[in-house]
Ligand binder design. Structure first.
Ligand code: TRP
Length: 364
């Protein structure tokens, strides 16, 4: 069986380093690994509209931002098809058919949807489109017969829902759909990079993000004012690592080679942490180190972005071409789905023949 990747992001803002360590970095590796027959990366604008339906302009403006972020991280249109969800109408059709296979109570139990409903104050009246987006996400995944869905932990309920739909569809109709597996970030730190203020998650509304498109100066400023350890007042004071953003970011970004290059007094992160805990290591020193490490990682991304920004029509063209390919693949699956569901009337000569036979005697 071919190995196929599908994943995506809602275009509601520029992507930040949390997206990068949580998913983008990995996607580029997977794309280049040669282990996958096909890679589809989707800008989930239709899903973004389920909770931004009053603000379509926001979604529209962010399509290009997300596309630029993808390309600048190294996603390569030759290897990965980048496409826009709303342009693949087959996904909507699949969603409608899958909706028959899911109960309201099952959707109500989805923990991600539950917490999003709370976050958006949807409790009083939940838009049906939003409530049913896990079904649409199952359509996204199955339309491409994805075997592997690289996502964050918060998306596990969506993958589980998709697997249930696949099993139900295949058992009622025919073995058409493929059960996908989630691929989670390699470790805890990458799963949930905190904001620069030490808050649980990076989020635009909290203003605690480092964006992939931030300038070198912006990144430095954000790092130098990062939350560390409020009890570490004098350099000589013993410091805490737990909840200390600078160390969390170093966990996500630093490699032993960085020490050799930028901080040769230490061999590795463990040594640095030990010194900090003992006392005698100042915040400014570790922040400067983190800045060096992150600038090294972000500089090529920024440079590639600047190149792509020079020709925006070409970026839209990449999305258009990717969407054309994605549509062909989704159309093929939809056709198999319709056949399995017995709604392929006009290209089923057997059906037409049998029906004519049934009525052929009626003239006598
Ligand atoms: N729900 C995902 C997010 O919020 C976006 C998404 C939509 C997605 N469809 C998908 C992710 C299919 C993986 C597979 O980021």
């Amino acid at each position: 069986m071919s190995k196929i990747i599908l994943t995506g992001d809602r275009p509601t803002g520029r992507l930040h380093v949390g997206h990068y360590v949580g998913s983008l970095r990995r996607r580029v590796e997977l794309q280049n690994s040669g282990e996958y027959d096909r890679v589809f990366i989707m800008i989930a604008d239709a899903q973004a509209l389920t909770d931004n339906f009053e603000n379509p302009e926001k979604v529209r403006q962010n399509i290009i931002e997300v596309a630029l972020d993808y390309l600048s991280c190294g996603l390569d249109p030759e290897k990965a098809k980048l496409f826009v969800q709303s342009q693949i109408s087959e996904l909507t059709e699949l969603t409608f058919f899958y909706a028959n296979l899911v109960t309201v109570s099952r959707l109500q139990r989805n923990p991600t949807v539950k917490s999003e409903i709370q976050m958006r104050n949807f409790e009083a009246s939940i838009p049906v489109g939003f409530f049913t987006y896990p079904i649409s996400q199952a359509a996204d995944i199955t339309a491409f017969k994805a075997t592997t869905v690289p996502v964050g932990e918060d998306q596990l309920p969506m993958i589980e829902q998709t697997r249930e739909i696949v099993r139900k569809f295949n058992s009622i109709y025919d073995e058409v759909l493929v059960e996908p597996e989630a691929l989670l970030p390699e470790n805890e730190v990458c799963m949930r990079l905190p904001g620069t203020d030490g808050k649980q998650k990076m989020s635009k509304s909290l203003g605690n993000c480092i964006y992939l498109s931030d300038t070198e100066a912006d990144v430095k400023k954000k790092i130098m004012s990062m939350y560390t350890d409020p009890l570490h007042i004098q350099v000589s004071d013993p410091g805490h690592i737990e909840g200390n953003c600078v160390f969390t970011y170093l966990d996500a970004f630093s490699r032993p080679a960085h020490f050799e290059e930028y901080l040769p007094d230490y061999h590795n992160l463990e040594e640095l942490k030990e010194h900090y805990k003992k006392g005698g290591l100042g915040d400014v020193k570790i922040k400067k180190f983190l800045n060096a490490v992150m600038q090294e990682e972000l500089a090529p991304i920024r440079a590639r972005r600047a190149e792509f920004e020079k020709d925006i029509p070409a970026v839209y063209d990449i999305l258009k071409k990717g969407s054309d390919t994605a549509r062909e693949t989704a159309a093929k699956t939809l056709s198999e789905v319709k056949t399995a569901m017995r709604i392929n009337y006009f290209d089923d000569s057997e059906l037409i023949r049998a029906q004519s036979e049934k009525y052929s005697g009626s003239e006598d």
